[in-house]
Design a protein around this ligand. Structure first.
Ligand code: FEO
Length: 395
């Protein structure tokens, strides 16, 4: 299999996971790649590896350019197994290679693999000379694991940031301009919303550290390499890290006999009357990882469920559990639903949204059985009020 030369004597030697559709709960409609990079200099360096089942693919790409037993350094920017999964196998071939990693990286790799590898532990601004080039390291803790780090090659203005700036896309193309910004923005946003979102403060620190570097190419560990849309993706990361959303509303709900759905659509009518664009997602038919991408861009998030067994529908419960973990900030929240008796779902949704410290300016809606005309008119009015609040908010 062919390696792709991304800079003189620097090759992409990763694996393409065409069949991947689920990445620990994240629906990866377009598959993914695990990107490894081979640098040929006086020292031979492999930056990251691939998931264990794509080891042979990575190895065959490496063999096209160099005897893998000659690898001197393997940089493990991140412990997670989609990037470290082939470390054991490659180290059985590159028996003299040192493993360069962060302090948490060393701990994590030891715990995971129980191997006595030759570790070289680095911290921010440490560098390793490999001949004509230098590897500089930047710890990026919690972007998105404690061990995460980025490798920078100043002579090539090349940043290898591992997961940051990634997208889950399997493609024959290796560069951003070959795929196109619209698709990449959509996939980079989904990736941020589902993986990076809880760590906005750490992303800001990493962006600040990286702003001092002269970078013309960013080669992440998933998806394509940024060379033409670099300023746009950096700008998008800054916006997402600042929790900046758009003056849009998202209505996410599930329904049992249609009442909660009628409320959802009446809220939509009110929001639209106020001029707010509205996205409606039925949680029975939309994957929670796609709905999270809508949350990333929406300033108002309205969540609805009927009451079932003193609680909410499991689809809504699963979405809220996911949302709680990803912790988006600076949103306007609203809970709604319907019930036959009891009516606990709405209170539970409201309580969860309050833990996220979202603004909850309007009293929730909870109608018994089927909403009547008067109740639907009231609901439209509430939607309009939410829409008007949205218009006034700075984003
Ligand atoms: Fe792509 Fe955190 O692994």
């Amino acid at each position: 299999m062919k390696p792709i030369e991304i800079k003189p004597k620097i090759f992409w030697v990763g694996g393409i996971d065409w069949d991947l559709r689920n990445f620990h709960g994240y629906l990866t409609q377009r598959g993914s790649t695990y990107n490894a990079y081979l640098i040929l200099d006086e020292k031979i360096v492999l930056v990251d590896t691939v998931k264990y089942y794509l080891f042979e693919e990575m190895l065959s790409r490496i063999k096209e350019v160099v005897d893998p037993s000659r690898i001197d350094y393997i940089v493990a920017n991140h412990v997670e197994m989609d990037h470290s999964g082939s470390l054991s196998k490659i180290l059985r071939i590159a028996t003299n290679a040192k493993v360069i990693t962060s302090p948490h990286g060393e701990k994590g790799l030891r715990r995971h693999f129980k191997e006595e590898w030759d570790f070289k532990v680095v911290k921010s601004s440490d560098s390793v000379n490999i001949g004509k080039r230098t590897l500089q390291f930047f710890l990026t803790p919690m972007v998105h694991w404690p061990d995460s780090m980025a490798t920078y090659v100043p002579e090539e203005k090349l940043l290898l940031p591992n997961d940051a700036f990634g997208q889950h896309i399997a493609s024959a193309e290796r560069f951003d301009d070959q795929v196109g910004w619209n698709v990449l923005y959509q996939e980079a946003a989904k990736y941020y919303a589902n993986i990076v979102l809880p760590y906005g403060e750490q992303v800001k620190k990493a962006l600040e550290a990286l702003s001092a570097l002269n970078i013309e190419m960013v080669a992440p560990s998933h998806g394509v390499i940024w060379r033409s849309h670099l300023s746009k993706i950096l700008e998008a990361y800054q916006k997402w890290a600042d929790n900046k959303s758009e003056n849009k509303a998202l209505i996410a709900y599930d329904t049992m006999w249609g009442s909660t759905e009628r409320i959802a659509y009446a809220l939509r009518d009110g929001l639209e009357r106020a001029g707010a664009p509205v996205t409606i997602r039925n949680l029975k038919t939309n994957h929670i990882s796609d709905v999270m991408t809508d949350v990333l861009s929406s300033r108002a998030v309205l969540i609805g469920s009927p009451t079932l067994n003193n609680g909410m529908l499991p689809t809504v419960g699963a979405f809220l559990a996911y949302l709680e973990g990803l912790r988006p900030k600076k949103r306007i929240g609203f809970a709604f639903g319907s019930y036959g008796w009891g009516g606990q779902a709405v209170k539970k949704i409201q309580a969860i949204l309050e833990t996220l410290k979202w603004e909850m300016p309007l009293k929730s809606i909870n109608f018994q059985y089927v909403p009547d005309e008067e109740e639907l008119a009231k609901t439209i009015k509430i939607g309009e009020e939410l829409g008007n609040l949205l218009e006034k908010k700075e984003v």
